[in-house]
Write a protein that binds this ligand. Sequence first.
Ligand code: AHR
Length: 501
Amino acid sequence: MTTAQIILDADFTLSELDPRLFGAFVEHLGRCVYTGIFEPGHPTADSRGFRQDVLRLVQELGPTTIRYPGGNFLSGYNWEDGVGPIEQRPRRLDLAWLSTETNRFGTNEFIEWCREARTEPMLGVNLGTRGPDEARNLVEYCNHPRGTFYSDLRGRHGYPEPHGVKLWCLGNEMDGPWQIGQKTAAEYGRIAKETAKVMRLVDPTIQLTACGSSHRDMPTFGAWEYEVLEHTFDEVDFLSLHMYYQNPLNDVLEFLGNIEIMDRFIREAVAVADAVAAKRRSAKRIMLSFDEWNVWYKARGSQYQEPTGWPEAPRLIEEAYEFQDALMVGGALITLINNADRVKAACLAQLVNVIGAIFADPGGPAWRQTIFYPFRLANQYGRGTVLRSQVRSKRYSTKTAGDSAQILVAPVHNEGERQIALFVLNRGTEAPTEIEISLRGFPEIKRAQAVALQGHALSATNSAGDPEKVSPTENPEHDLKGDRLMAKLEPLSWQTIVFNY
Ligand code: AHR
């Protein structure tokens, strides 16, 4: 059994963890909304068409914020189509996903659903086909108390109280050639700045995110961020990052090397944002919103079938997640937590069916995909102050990431709960690894408990027939002696260890 050491010290802190790090994403795409969260006629649907089986799983997963309505869909969306009497709402061609959008579900239904799901909405404004005028109207519709055209319209639609939406995205992936209304950095920077300005005039309390690059491999990554922030620096709070991780070599260690790449991506975006601040001699720091991240490689490329005939809610990018994908998601969560000083919001993309943590059959059952578990556990215990950790473990090398540590950890100290949570990924592939965790500067540790994702075939998935094939193991082997804990990590496993003092 190989050994590794982890040292934590109560005084070595990184940052408060913003709970908005554990957000998710709902797009009008495929079956995320229709036959995902919303399915009138489903045996569990309530009178509004909200699937209660899915809603219960969302409550269990606990995303703190949910980004909506897209995604690529956003760049062709008229928000006015999705409010008011349902029978008067237009059916539209959705050019992003070549589908028919019925508009039976729109902003008000989403906000109502968010309240039931106990989460906060993060809304996007369309900067593809539209601009500042529609954006300021939407803020007025959602957030202005009453007495103006759009706030009173909301009242007539059955929502007299303002929705109070705090987080807003200024468009989506505007650098992407696939985006409806793609823009250059200068074009986007200008429109984003002017849109931000009028949105804030309507409601000065909102927080705004400017689009970063669609992903780190975009040829203009870095230059795009710099130019966009040169325009928007004074108007926005966040810069967005998007990235989906793939497994092109079908090699688990190469795949898990993406965890280091995610970390580099965050640091690079911080460096660019801070370069803009430096040029302006500004003390302001732009924070990051990693508002699309996940694993996505099976249902894409040649596996992706474009819809034909403008179907409603077709099956699109319905990834069946494997055990190894849960390890990657667990590692990505460790990276997000370890960058909590600059990443203040993030969205697992997406929530249901479409590259979703939850899968729901139309008319049938809903279940937890493998990636549900690391997210739920990190979200449940990841509250408080992120600590810096000292880790000594074996190292190895991959083509993807170069020199890497076998053991990755993220510790979070919750003083109110008298609790320290440690999220641990073991990328060792053969024998179990024994880890020794030393806790310095904390009161006497009274109890330790652990939950592990371990012991499954890398390709194991959950399905309607076997919905809990991949699920966590309670209390894997560990031994607490004073301020030290010895724990056994199975090869290729992810654990949450919780200490109480
Ligand atoms: O999440 C799926 C798609 O991926 C989103 O619509 C888009 O923003 C990204 O490219």
